[in-house]
Design a protein around this ligand. Structure first.
Ligand SMILES: [Cu+2]
Length: 186
C-alpha cells in the first residue's frame, strides 16, 4: 500500500476579527441631571465605565461563560466535494440554533482542493477552536481551505440568527454548484 503524504497534508486559512458585538447602555436620566459642578465627576465616572467595559469585553473574549463550554457540542459533518470529484458540499444545507455549541467536522474526500467560505456566518459566531492534525487554533476564523484528504474540526457557538451563504470560491467551483446555506435560528 502506498500512501502519498501530500494527500494528507492540511491547510487552513485564517482571517482574524472580533466577533463580539460591543454594546453598552448609558443612563440618560443620570446624564440629564448633569450640572457644571458635577461635570468632572461624570467625566471620571464615564472613563471608569469605559475602562470597565474594555476589561469585561476582554474577559468575555478570553473566557466565555463556563456553562457554555460545558454544553455538549452538537456534531455536524460536512464533506467538501466527494470521491467522484463532484463539485458540491454534502450536505449543502446546515441548520443551527444560536447560543448552542457545535462541532463541525469538515473533510475533503476528493482529489481537489476546496474552501469552506461563509464569511457572514463566520462574522456571527464565536469560535472556540479549530483543530487540524496536531494544530489547534484559537480565535476567530473566517475561511478554511482543505487540501485533498484533509480533515478539520471547528468548535463554535452561533450568536446571530440568519440565513447565510456557503461556497467554495475556487475558480469554477461556485459556478458548478459548490454552494450551500447555513440557517441559524433563535
Ligand atoms: Cu471547491
Amino acid at each position: 500500500m502506498h500512501l502519498d503524504n501530500k494527500s494528507h497534508s492540511k491547510s487552513i486559512r485564517i482571517l482574524t476579527n472580533s466577533p463580539f458585538p460591543m454594546t453598552t447602555s448609558v443612563n440618560s436620566a443620570l446624564l440629564a441631571t448633569c450640572v457644571p459642578a458635577l461635570r468632572r465627576i461624570f467625566a471620571v465616572l464615564t472613563l471608569m465605565v469605559c475602562l470597565n467595559l474594555v476589561i469585561s469585553l476582554s474577559a468575555v473574549a478570553a473566557n466565555p461563560p463556563s456553562d457554555l463550554l460545558k454544553q455538549p457540542a452538537t456534531e455536524i459533518t460536512i464533506s467538501l466535494g466527494n470521491s467522484a470529484n463532484e463539485l458540491k458540499f454534502e450536505p449543502n444545507h446546515l441548520e443551527m440554533v444560536s447560543g448552542k455549541r457545535y462541532l463541525l467536522r469538515l473533510n475533503n474526500p476528493s482529489q481537489l482542493k476546496h474552501y469552506f467560505t461563509a464569511k457572514d456566518f463566520a462574522d456571527g459566531i464565536w469560535t472556540q477552536k479549530v483543530e487540524a492534525g496536531k494544530v489547534e487554533i484559537k480565535g476567530a476564523i473566517h475561511e478554511l481551505e482543505l487540501k485533498p484528504g484533509a480533515e478539520a474540526e471547528w468548535v463554535f457557538v452561533p450568536l446571530k440568527s440568519g440565513k447565510y451563504g456557503l461556497r467554495c470560491p475556487i475558480s469554477g467551483h461556485t459556478q458548478a454548484g459548490m454552494t450551500g446555506e447555513i440557517i441559524v435560528t433563535n
